[in-house]
Design a protein around this ligand. Sequence first.
Ligand SMILES: [Zn+2]
Length: 88
Amino acid sequence: MAVETLGDAWRAGWTVSAHCKGRNAKTKNGTKPCSQKVDLDMSSLLWTRGADFPVAMLSDRLMCPSCRSRHVFLIFDIPGNGSRAMVS
Ligand SMILES: [Zn+2]
């Protein structure tokens, strides 16, 4: 089954975590990388984004609350099939 939307991912039992690459990962100046990590709640994502929201667009919508970086990547944990990173 191809997983393209949050609804697909939820039905397939995926879980997702967000990882911050730090606010200066692109400019390479200033503070050190933040490397915050948080497990995201799939139910909350479904309720806020909707079941038809594409998982490929999710990382573009995220911002790290600690350093306000938008350079966030996601790791989807897929039951019985390892995990898959999705980089912003
Ligand atoms: Zn951060």
